[in-house]
Design a protein around this ligand. Structure first.
Ligand code: GLN
Length: 497
């Protein structure tokens, strides 16, 4: 098998056994990126920056450590990994796919990067995304849209567009994304890869450039659930630098994968399978329940009220927090500064007008409005109240079920350009993902089939708070019985022709 087609764990095992050398793995991935990614020759554009020399040098160092008998307990030592470009990497440009960050090079690493380094992973590049993680299609990047490897005319989903596309196109064995309202799970679903948002607080946010701090969470994007478990094992844990990170004892996520789902109670919320859901998506997602049932899981339909309120609630809270978080980009401290300003106010205005894209400005204005005196109670406070109610609905469901199953998105990947003209339509397409962030729950999207045009479909398994290993195990069990996650996008596309 070609190096770039292996899962991260397969590659890690071969590096450990000496069959493949870490620098060769890095070179193979970099070659694939050169072949498939360049934007100006019509490539996928999953990467904003590739770290050619740094990655090879680092792979050589890791190989020397492996040869010296170090990193024995690390299943991903020497494995290349790509990082969404809103995660700070010391001394390496970090852009959030925005003009406003210019050539900003963070003076520190995010905690997840420190942890990946300690585990011997090799960072291969920084991934494209919607600007400041705001978007559901990957089209709002200052660095150009990312193309869906299954069909270049379709979007990848967003905002972790590069993460999902890079893994789907075998331009990275695995990646880190971030998920505020679906940004890992929805692009994973559109690109036919596996993506997980851990429980809020399971992974440190230190060094993740904030969008909506109470919802943001870093998580893995990979070919399968076992890879996601291996990555989560590395990046999770309490961090003094993030007061919201959780201190919980748990077994290794990877070691907990038994594939045993007998007696697992799966709830299927009726409200998530009604109007507006594409028929192919509905059939494929319900098929997941049937497959898990054949292994002894039990399924039941139930009512999940309030789900219709999730999108408006999310967009008020996310925009409000974003308007505050993004106030630090003022032309003084970071990256880009506009020319020709007259005074300080003019500097702020010119820099922010020129530096932010349309969608980011829309969110800042919406958020500022929702937080302003007179409207705070009517919008922001109300949204927080509904958020609490949504959490309660989930809490009640988890008294009966171990997992809740619904789609990651109502459709497969739309055509490029369709959503940009109608932002409200784009927001509504987040219906299945945002409630999971509002309730702080873990969710994973697993490939579960294809629509009539051959585009991938993702099913979402959502767990109780800290039920990360429960959803990983259910996803793992499902992937042992199916092969939707094994079809590399472009190869499959060619075979299908
Ligand atoms: N599409 C959602 C938004 O634009 C989610 C983004 C995210 O999870 N970062 O807010």
């Amino acid at each position: 098998m070609n190096i770039t087609e292996m899962t991260a764990l397969e590659l890690g095992a071969k590096i450990k056994s000496g069959e493949i050398k870490a620098p060769d793995a890095a070179r193979a991935v970099l070659d694939e990126i050169k072949k498939k990614d360049p934007y100006y020759s019509g490539g996928i554009n999953a990467y904003i920056i590739t770290l050619e020399n740094e990655a090879i040098k680092r792979a050589e160092e890791v190989q020397a450590m492996i040869d010296a008998g170090e990193l024995e307990d690390s299943p991903l030592a020497g494995v290349p990994i790509a990082i969404k470009d809103n995660i700070c990497t010391k001394g390496m440009k970090t852009t959030c796919a925005s003009k406003i960050l210019g050539d900003f090079k963070p003076p520190y690493n995010a905690t997840v990067i420190e942890k990946l380094n300690a585990a011997g992973a090799v960072i291969i590049g920084k991934l494209n995304m919607d600007e400041f993680a705001m978007g559901s299609t990957g089209e709002t990047s200052f660095y150009g849209e990312t193309k869906n490897p299954w069909n270049h005319e379709r979007v990848t989903g967003g905002s972790s567009s590069g993460a999902a596309a890079a893994v789907a196109a075998c331009e990275a064995p695995c990646a880190l994304g971030s998920d505020t309202g679906g940004s890992i799970r929805q692009p994973a679903s559109f690109c036919g890869v596996t993506g997980m948002k851990p429980t809020y607080g399971a992974v440190s946010r230190y060094g993740l450039i904030a969008y909506a701090s109470s919802l943001d969470q870093i998580g893995p994007v990979a070919k399968d659930a076992a890879d996601c478990a291996a990555i989560l094992d590395i990046i999770c844990g309490k961090d003094e630098m993030d007061g919201t990170s959780l201190d919980v004892e748990h077994k290794s996520y990877l070691d907990s994968l038994s594939g045993d789902v007998s007696g697992l109670k799966i709830g299927i919320p009726r409200q998530c399978f009604g109007d507006g859901l594409n028929a192919d998506v509905k059939a494929a997602v319900l098929g997941v329940a049937e497959t898990l049932k054949s292994k002894g899981a039990e399924t039941e339909e139930f009512d999940m009220p309030l789900i219709d309120y999730a999108v408006p609630t999310y967009y008020i809270i996310a925009a409000a927090e974003a308007s505050s978080n993004l106030s630090r980009f003022d032309g003084v401290k970071y990256g880009f500064r506009a020319d020709g300003f007259e005074d300080l106010t003019d500097l702020y205005m010119k820099t922010r007008s020129e530096g932010f894209g349309e969608e980011v400005k829309r969110r800042i204005m919406l958020g500022t409005f929702a937080l302003s005196t007179g409207y705070y109670d009517a919008y922001y406070k109300k949204a927080l109240q509904v958020k609490a109610l949504i959490k309660k609905v989930f809490d009640e469901a988890y008294e009966k079920y171990d997992i809740i199953l619904f789609p990651a998105a109502p459709t497969t990947a739309p055509k490029m350009g369709e959503s940009l003209s109608d932002p409200l339509k784009m927001y509504l397409s987040d219906i299945y993902t945002v409630s999971v962030n509002l309730a702080g729950l873990p969710g994973i999207s697993v490939p579960c089939g294809f629509d009539k045009d051959g585009m991938p479909i993702g099913a979402q398994l959502v767990g109780a708070p800290l039920g990360d290993s429960v959803i990983l195990n259910a996803a793992f069990a499902y992937q042992q019985l199916t092969d939707h996650h094994k079809k590399p996008a472009e190869k499959f596309g060619k075979e299908a022709e």
